[in-house]
Design a protein. Sequence first.
Length: 177
Amino acid sequence: MARNIEIKARIDDFSALYAKIALLADGVPDIIDQDDTFFVCPHGRLKLRTLAGSRGELIFYQRPDKAGPKTSFYALSVTEDPDGLRETLSLAYGTAGRVIKQRTLFRLGQTRLHLDRVSGLGDFLEFEVELDDQQTEAQGIAIAEELLERLQIERQELVDLAYVDLLKLKAHPHSAR
């Protein structure tokens, strides 16, 4: 499975962070509307991401819920029938939640920087340092830590949960994680 190092942080000023990232990035960003449906999955997370038109991606991943840099292992399959696949997976496994967001995607070397506007939650920065087969987790974490510093992201802004979990917590604030 592919690996990356991920960090997520809540942000207060989307425009200011956009400007900082634009100065560092390798080019202009892509704006992507994403509709993620999560399915019940006992050994990680399984989501179907619907993109523009009839494109979709089925993504399985395993990642610890902790603040700061964390390793994510993932596998991705492309589909041209996301609606049909969503229906089939919903019947087979049941849905665990849905996240709708607009993602502004920048690239910086081997890192994908996402400025996410998440419906019902607000604005976030998420970045993923893509590791190649020769790179260690420690090397990826060092890249992530350097980016946190360059972007002046404070530790208290880091988020340990997935968007789908944050939405569930918002809907049911007294439930356990």
